[in-house]
Design a protein around this ligand. Structure first.
Ligand code: CA
Length: 128
């Protein structure tokens, strides 16, 4: 499972990469909104974890552009606790699930597996 983690807060990004890697996922990190939009539009990922607050291009804009371009990979968005309207916008823009910061890595892995079950029809992580 090839996963793109888009998060500009370095510690959170590294924690996610460590946990996802231990769970068997191949993880690529990205900290910049424009770079994330480009990579998600040109590379094939099995899953994207997308923070909404990013430098250069915000996560909601990235997600809307991907969906408008026909990119259908599963996307889990990361939002701030007070950001309920961003969560609604995110789901309406094509997010498959969301996580509210701060979250436990166990919850991240559980939600990733649940999204992959729904979208790929199996539990993962299966390296392909
Ligand atoms: Ca951020």
């Amino acid at each position: 499972m090839r996963t793109l983690v888009v998060e500009d807060e370095r510690q959170i990004a590294e924690d996610m990469a460590t946990s996802l890697g231990a769970a068997g996922f191949a993880v690529e990190l990205c900290q910049d909104g424009e770079d994330a939009w480009y990579r998600g539009g040109t590379e094939d990922y099995d899953l994207v974890i997308l923070d909404l607050g990013l430098p250069k291009l915000d996560g909601l804009t990235i997600l809307r552009r991907w969906r408008a371009e026909g990119r259908n990979m599963p996307v889990i968005i990361l939002t701030a606790r007070e950001g309920w309207s961003a969560r609604v916008d995110g789901i309406n823009s094509g997010a498959d699930d969301y996580l509210v910061k701060p979250f436990q890595m166990e919850e991240l892995i559980a939600r990733v597996r649940a999204v992959l079950r729904r979208t790929h029809g199996h539990a993962g992580p299966v390296l392909s």
